[in-house]
Design a protein around this ligand. Structure first.
Ligand SMILES: [Fe+2]
Length: 311
């Protein structure tokens, strides 16, 4: 590149808040703190602060006559998380005292697609008068032993039971912008990413706003187990320990698709990604990879939540 062209490039206006050439400066000035279940990112230069409450893995098992035909499929998971409703109420109750902009629900909010469970979540969340966003986890659409591929069952139960949680949004991926922060919700509940999800991610990166990515199954970070399963190199049939007990199709012999691998690579390479928030592993963990953080949330079914402040 000639020096004249370089000078001209330097004069071009920067697109978005986090243009690629200023990202390193911006992240240098950003302070990250994790204090108990409170995560703070300070120095983002937002005109107005953002406060998010993250819930995940509440694992409600409450059921009624609509679940009767599926009792054989739900009986194993129905034994667990007996305190899930009071724990959900307790985790969500902080919204009454403080001003949260948005409640994120990152999947496995029910232990199987119980209509009564979905209604109960809405009964607990709607009166808080705070916008909410939901993305599915691997249990939300799964009746153990029901025939069909995971993608077919996800589609079926999204339509049949989970639909009200999405409030008309695309169940596979969507975004919500709050005070200049782009919150991208991505379904990772089958461990794989579809081409339309990758396209959507690329659009969000191009848009330039700082991104917080919310999903259920966390993205692979070196050293982590297959619980951090999106693009994990060991995600394949030989490492699938639970397919028989969960009565679901075994993971494929050949590991992830090229689309999923590209998604993983591009997420951690995105100059405007602040970090990833996920559920699934039921405990609060923190990773740093390629200069980005990924935090998982302690299961709300055990009383866990994550309180995020951005400013
Ligand atoms: Fe999960």
């Amino acid at each position: 590149m000639g020096s004249g062209v370089a000078a001209m490039m330097a004069m071009l206006p920067k697109a978005g808040l986090f243009a690629a050439d200023e990202t390193s400066q911006s992240s240098d000035k950003t302070a990250f703190a994790l204090d108990g279940n409170k995560l703070r990112l300070q120095g983002l230069g937002l005109k107005k602060a953002v406060r998010l409450l993250v819930l995940a893995d509440s694992h409600l098992t409450i059921d009624d006559e609509r679940g009767e035909p599926y009792k054989d499929y739900s009986k194993r998971m129905a034994q667990y998380f007996q305190q899930s409703i009071p724990n959900l109420e307790k985790a969500a109750s902080v919204v009454k005292d403080k001003n949260f902009d948005l409640i994120l629900m990152l999947g496995d909010m029910v232990s199987f697609p119980t209509a009564k469970g979905v209604e109960t979540i809405l009964e607990k969340i709607k009166p808080l008068n705070t916008p909410f966003a939901y993305i599915a986890g691997n249990h939300d659409w799964h009746y153990e032993g029901e025939s069909g591929t995971e993608m077919e069952l996800r589609r079926k139960w999204t339509e049949k039971t989970l639909k009200p949680l999405y409030q008309g949004r695309n169940p596979l991926c969507y975004n919500i912008i709050v005070n200049g922060i782009n919150i991208v919700m991505m379904d990772t509940s089958v461990y794989e990413i579809l081409p339309e999800q990758l396209d959507f991610w690329r659009e969000q990166v191009k848009a330039g706003l700082p991104i917080l990515l919310g999903c259920h199954i966390p993205l692979w970070v070196p050293g982590r187990s297959v619980g951090w399963g999106v693009a994990h190199p060991d995600w394949n049939a030989s490492h699938d320990q639970h397919w028989e007990i969960e009565r679901r199709p075994r993971w494929p012999e050949a590991s992830h698709t090229e689309v999923t691998k590209a998604f993983h690579k591009e997420v951690f390479a995105a100059p405007n990604l602040l970090g990833v928030i996920a559920g699934h592993v039921h405990r609060q963990c923190y990773d740093r990879y390629c200069g980005k953080f990924q935090t998982t949330v302690r299961a709300t079914g055990f009383g866990g939540s994550l309180d995020i402040s951005l400013n």
